[in-house]
Design a protein around this ligand. Structure first.
Ligand code: AHG
Ligand code: MN
Ligand code: MN
Length: 337
């Protein structure tokens, strides 16, 4: 809890932000409140997921009479249903939809664009490991009033007006920024509210935790292998070896790096020459947050936020976390070490 501000709900905090930062106008509050509502619904499904399995279900129906769907689809449909009628959005795009997601013709078209990964870390759902949702927001560039366009979606990351993630872990957290710092809220199910728990999060300049799937070591480039060799070499002076932490859910691995310091790496490899992670709804939003928190995010050569996207689902290598650690990785990749 933020001592100086007592118990603050997400909506109360956003109200205070509007007063403190004139540029933080209330226009996001409605959109973020809709996101938070969807997050609560998805959190309930995530927490019940195992239960449905245990209690069994008949064919496509569980005993709650609900159609049993993959959690990715439940999350995807929940965010669409919560966001498509608020009048804030003109178009959406998501990992779970090949094309753009139009706002139904009978709903007002808003000024914003939302791109999102409804469920990140899906491979961890069945083993009760933390998973998440990641979202990115732009201001539309096409004329107000009509349907949003592909051009509205394919904007470089530095043009984001907001971004965030929900972490469905031991507790459910809502972490976001609209350009005036990164703020974390923890869900209190007893009152059904997200309460301020981490105000103005800053990532430590350095951290000796690294996060990558070292099983792929023989697929990596020379530069990344040299980095791996460096961080695993014994040298007390530079606090090496680093500790390896890798959960396999980007949101969880990123959240730990944000709080403790350190770096997350998903390099390109023989199997995924452009990397596995998506620029628009995984790398960009987390890069926006980490820069707001004083960290860095790069594809090894270019800051993630400076990349001009060519298509909605394009992939990118991702090195993200403490500034000094990302710089060190770039030096190895660029052959400077
Ligand atoms: P998603 O579930 O949205 O497809 O994302 C999974 C991603 C990311 O969460 C994680 O960092 C990465 O996949 C793990 O990939 P590997 O299993 O190849 O390590
Ligand atoms: Mn993902
Ligand atoms: Mn996903």
């Amino acid at each position: 809890m933020s001592p100086k501000k007592g118990i603050l709900t997400l909506s109360r905090f956003m109200f205070e932000q509007e007063r403190e930062f004139p540029e933080a106008t209330g226009e996001f509050s409605g959109l973020l409140s809709d996101m938070a509502l969807a997050a609560k619904v998805v959190a309930r499904s995530v927490n019940k997921a195992g239960l449905i399995e245990v209690l069994g279900f008949t064919g496509d129906e569980n005993i709650f009479g609900e159609e049993v769907k993959k959690l990715d689809i439940i999350a995807f449909e929940t965010f669409i249903r919560a966001l498509d009628h608020g009048g804030h959005l003109c178009v959406m795009a998501s990992e779970e939809s090949d094309g753009l997601i139009k706002i139904p013709s009978y709903h007002e078209k808003g000024k914003y664009v939302l791109l999102f990964d409804p469920l990140d870390g899906s491979s961890n759902i069945d083993v009760n490991v933390s998973i998440g949702t990641i979202f990115s927001m732009f201001r539309r560039i096409s004329p107000d009033g009509n349907d949003g366009t592909l051009e509205d979606c394919l904007q470089p990351g530095y043009k984001q007006v907001g971004a965030g993630y929900i972490l469905y872990g031991s507790s459910t957290m809502f972490v976001y920024s609209t350009g005036t710092g990164v703020h974390g809220f923890t869900f209190d199910p007893s009152i059904g509210e997200f309460l301020l728990s981490n105000e103005d999060l800053k990532i430590p300049e350095r951290g000796n935790m690294f996060s990558m799937n070292t099983g792929y070591v023989n697929r990596w480039s020379q530069g990344i292998r040299k980095y791996y060799e460096y961080v695993t070499t014994l040298d007390a002076k530079t606090k090496r070896p680093y500790s390896l932490r890798y959960i396999g859910s980007l949101v969880a691995d990123f959240h730990r790096s944000l709080l403790y310091g350190g770096v997350f790496l998903y390099p390109p490899d023989a199997k995924s020459p452009k990397g596995k992670l998506r620029l628009m709804y995984e790398a960009n939003p987390l890069a926006f947050l980490v820069e707001q928190a004083g960290g860095a995010a790069s594809d090894g050569h270019t800051p993630i936020l400076q990349k001009q996207p060519e298509e909605i689902h394009e992939r990118t290598p991702l090195y993200i976390g403490s500034k000094d650690e990302v710089k060190l990785i770039e030096e190895f990749i660029q052959g400077k070490r």
